[in-house]
Design a protein around this ligand. Structure first.
Ligand SMILES: [Mn+2]
Length: 273
């Protein structure tokens, strides 16, 4: 049936699924993966919520199904790259290795069909820079590098102590009134990094706030999440980037009929992380 055929893109970017937590909208993502395919798939961090799994094992069949679905796409020829996030940072110890055909790394560069270079990174690395942006701008490059190193060490120690990752997004959400400013700071800091390494843009996740926008000449793209907004970024075969929102797709494109009933458990629209 033509209407049920998957849409095939050049690249698909997903992040912040948080499998292993009760918040993961696994059935929506399963449905999305059924109707959306790509030559290359980037998992942009926090796909598995290791921090939560350690405390409270929550792994229903649907979460397994997503892993199986991705592995099947890999077997059928899709290249899958898994960029580690802070919730699945255990993967950072396995950089450069392969799991069932899935390549693991901390960051990478993606080149679009029309030749633009995008830094692909989860984004938690910049939490500490965001918090101390003013001081670091004043102190310069060495403070910036030191801040990144401190953040890594601090969270490694927290992990050893069994503490949760210090989450920028949770912190920003806690300070609701200022959240928009923090999202703005995050976007600026991550875009600065893309500029620093000579990229045209950046594709990240982490703050659960999907968008495609220009920030001082850098194309800032955030994949969003599958906890609240259920969003993904796709690259068309001509290099054009598009933000897909599953809640919009199921509403507007009857051809992609969802297999799950959505009447009573429709996720909220995208909002500030
Ligand atoms: Mn994160």
């Amino acid at each position: 049936m033509v209407e049920n055929e998957a849409r095939k893109f050049r690249t698909l970017f997903l992040s912040d699924v948080h499998l292993g937590s009760k918040g993961a909208k696994a059935s929506f993502l399963l449905d999305f993966l059924k109707y959306h395919d790509a030559d290359t798939i980037y998992l942009v961090g926090d796909i598995v919520d290791g921090w939560r799994l350690r405390r409270n094992w929550h792994w229903p069949q649907e979460h397994n199904d997503i892993v199986q679905k991705l592995l099947r796409k890999s077997r059928k020829g899709a290249r899958i790259l898994y960029i580690a996030g802070n919730h699945d940072e255990f993967l950072r110890d396995f950089q450069g290795t392969h799991f069932g055909g899935i390549e693991v790394m901390d960051r990478t560069m993606h080149e679009t069909a029309d030749g633009r270079k995008f830094l692909v990174i989860h984004g938690d690395q910049f939490d500490v820079v965001v918090r101390n942006a003013r001081h670091i701008a004043y102190l310069g490059d060495w403070a910036y590098d030191a801040a990144l190193a401190i953040n890594t060490v601090m969270n490694k120690v927290r992990r050893m102590l069994g503490l949760r990752y210090w989450s920028f997004s949770a912190w920003a959400k806690f300070r609701v009134k200022k959240a928009v400013n923090f999202i703005g700071s995050f976007q600026t800091v991550v875009s600065d990094e893309a500029r620093r390494i000579g990229a045209d843009g950046v594709i990240c996740g982490h703050i659960h706030h999907a968008t495609i926008e220009q920030i001082d000449g850098i194309e800032y793209i955030n994949t969003g999440d599958w906890v609240e907004s259920c969003t993904a970024i796709v690259e068309h075969h001509d290099g054009r980037m598009e933000l897909l929102s599953w809640t919009h797709l199921i509403g507007e494109q009857a051809g992609f009929a969802p297999v799950v009933r959505l009447d009573d458990k429709r996720p909220k629209a995208a909002n500030a992380a």
